[in-house]
Design a protein around this ligand. Structure first.
Ligand code: GLU
Length: 288
């Protein structure tokens, strides 16, 4: 049997400077590719038009090169592919698996507070499904009147279609997908024709990513990505969700206000080998 070539990726969002946690994640992906004589890709996840900045993107490229990483050009930038995500969204819409959601954040919070016992996922209460019950006529009227809307996945219908699913992770083993912990996730935001989940699923497949490596804080997102892969007929990659770097006091790095950016360390004269050594020492603590 021909073995599949390993393709990994690092997919930062250019919404701020890279810090040590990002560097660890990028090195992790690059090493996984190198160990398998595969390819490491860089992808810029800039669908959040309000927060993404070209100067952060430029800094990401420079900081990663400074660390010694390289990748094939051109780098894929998600904001260049909105039409493509729209096409994949249409496939789900045509399958009757979506519905428009007009709710504001405030309305969702009020609905959840009023319900008293809203189902929860790992990131908090799930969308209570308010707009799922809108008649097609009411929804069309609101769209016609110009009300902004997101597109959500009708998770019950989606699960009936996919049946039970699993994914395989190098640390967590075989993980059963739990659609009930995901709820009716957003596929397209009010302001952009995609969401993180849709764009990542499409891109990983189209770029031939065979091993998705990322922090374990995104483990739950993989439940959603397996469902979308199955609905869209896309291949299933292998996964390796790595531990998050912790500082010596055990606090997660990214959460710290003073978490050192690569740029500030570089400006202070730190050499890339020293940064890598520091990351390795912290990674040892994180996985111990
Ligand atoms: N863009 C995401 C982030 O910066 C990572 C996405 C992923 O690795 O799937 O958190």
């Amino acid at each position: 049997m021909l073995s599949e070539r390993t393709v990994t990726r690092f997919a930062p969002s250019p919404t701020g400077p890279l810090h040590l946690g990002h560097a660890y994640s990028a090195l992790f992906a690059a090493r996984a590719a190198a160990e398998a004589d595969g390819t490491f890709l860089l992808r810029i996840e800039d669908i959040d038009r309000g927060r993404a900045r070209p100067e952060f993107e430029q800094a990401i490229l420079e900081d990663l090169s400074w660390l010694g990483l390289s990748w094939p050009e051109p780098v894929r930038r998600q904001s260049d592919h909105f039409d493509l995500y729209r096409d994949f969204l249409h496939m789900l819409e045509e399958g009757g698996l979506t519905y428009p959601c007009f709710c504001t954040r405030k309305e969702i919070q009020a609905e959840i507070a009023g319900a008293g016992h809203a189902p929860h996922g790992p990131d908090g209460p799930l969308y209570p499904g308010t707009c799922k019950h809108l008649s097609a006529r009411d929804a069309a009227a609101r769209r016609g009147a110009g009300a902004p809307f997101a597109i959500r996945l009708h998770m019950d219908k989606a699960t009936r279609m996919t049946g039970p699913l699993h994914f395989t992770d190098a640390r967590f083993g075989t993980v059963a997908v739990e659609p009930e912990s995901c709820g009716d996730i957003v596929l397209a935001r009010k302001d952009v024709p995609t969401s993180y989940h849709l764009a990542v699923t499409v891109d990983d497949a189209l770029q031939g990513v065979s091993l998705v490596t990322r922090g374990e804080d995104l483990l739950h997102a993989t439940h959603i990505h397996r469902i979308l892969q199955t609905l869209l007929g896309l291949p299933e990659p292998a996964y390796h969700h790595h531990p998050l770097l912790k500082d010596t006091d055990g606090q997660r790095l990214a959460k710290r206000a003073d978490s050192a950016s690569l740029r500030s360390m570089r400006d202070a004269g730190t050499r890339p080998e020293e940064v890598i050594a520091r990351i390795e020492a912290m990674a040892h603590t994180a996985s111990a």
